[in-house]
Design a protein around this ligand. Sequence first.
Ligand code: ZN
Length: 520
Amino acid sequence: MAIDIALINANIKTMNSTNSVAEALAITKNKIVKVGSNHEITALIDKDTKVIDLKRKTVLPGLIDTHIHVADYGRCLMWLDLTEAKSIAEIQKMVEDKAKSVPPGKWIIGQGWSEKRFKDDIMLERDVLDTAAPNNPVILYREASMICAVNTQALKLAGVTKHTQPPKGGNIDKNPDTGELTGILRETATTMVWGVVPEPTEEELLEATVVACQKIVDAGITSVHWLVISESELAIIQKMHLQNRIPFRVNVIVPEELYEKAFCLKVVNDQMLKIAGVFIVVDGYLDSKEAALVEPYSDNPTNKGKLLLNYETLKSALKKAIALGTQPVIHAMGDRAIDLTLTVIEQSQNDAIRFRIEQAAVLNKSLIDRIKKQKAVITVQPKVISTEFTVWSAIQSLGDRTRFLHPLKTLFDNQIVVAAGSDCPMEPLSALLGVQEAILRPNFPEQRLTLDEALRMYTSNAAYCAGEDSLKGSIEEGKFADLTILSYDPADVDPSTINDIKIESVMVNGVLLKDSLSII
Ligand SMILES: [Zn+2]
């Protein structure tokens, strides 16, 4: 057997059914053709084989992110990232540098500043931004709340003066001594300026998405489930695919209203790009208390959230998705939404479809039994789970139900397949961070996963979730040569540092994309 690449002297976590570890593997074209000992693989090497000595580095099946908004991520990367800024002077310098690299009049957008990180808690204000970028409108969003700092140019373009009345639910800050605008806009008032910021052109968005794709590879991800939200995003995917600029495998998931448009995509290699799922939204999100619950939110007795679909409309949405040969990806967070979803699944009696409930959050024993019976897959975002407990304070809003909020360990113990994603850019892009969060969960520690379970959410379970378990998700003969190579084995480091492990190299379809390895 002629082999193209031999990886030897490695710590290969195969994630196969017996969880075996191997030393070496052989690749021919885009497939893994043998997994075994150094001895077995070196016996296959000939003069044309590329041999890579991994020096005991850890090899995982290529990581799969089951929930990411790639174009949105690209859009965020166009913005200044102020999350690390520790002083106003630092932000001033960043805006100044940006202003030098863009033409006059071009908007400078940033996000993530917080006066809590500045000395004396002083707010970022208009004159600082005027000095930094006198010829460009600037809008910089504060972290975790609807507050932004803008400069004079931005206020002018939005027509906001010291005499302007803020919209209901908003505020335009003024200096209490002079009555002049400080440049701080709050809540609904932020939209007065944001509303005049032009949309990026398709070309700008495409280039930003290309940058996002590189970051995704750098994060060790070899397959994504790309949740598309707009038609223009489909156009970007089409262009990038035809120009061969998407370096990883993509399962496109579209909302119902983009069905037809999505099926017009010209796909030249269906191993790399496919229309995989239809996003069906049964209820809203927990953090805005729009997830549909059976009993009201504990801190608001009149609110049970609301269902966005009823039995009939959900049933017909599912039917349509299945008829198109795509997987229904059903967003249902609250117990009432999950109950409705399961009722429709139970009555569809379709064993051929792998039903997927996205973010199934508020569960209980009876719902878990029904999920198990239907062999439905649950997808989660481990970082979102931590945010729900810490930022949203789930216990206050859900009371006793919190014990079964994302009960990942209980799901695993019931042999329910759980897969994971990042929800980037809402949360950071990192599968290793998700693994770390899932095994170190601070609340309800009985729901912590083992390292093996957490890794499965991004490998074998993620492949199973999309019906692709015969193609990827584990390192086995006949599967795609998609690999993520780490500097350390996550089992050998302090669990709180798993996210610091370096991604050494990434292989997709037999091609090394991020290669810091020496080839002998
Ligand atoms: Zn999302």
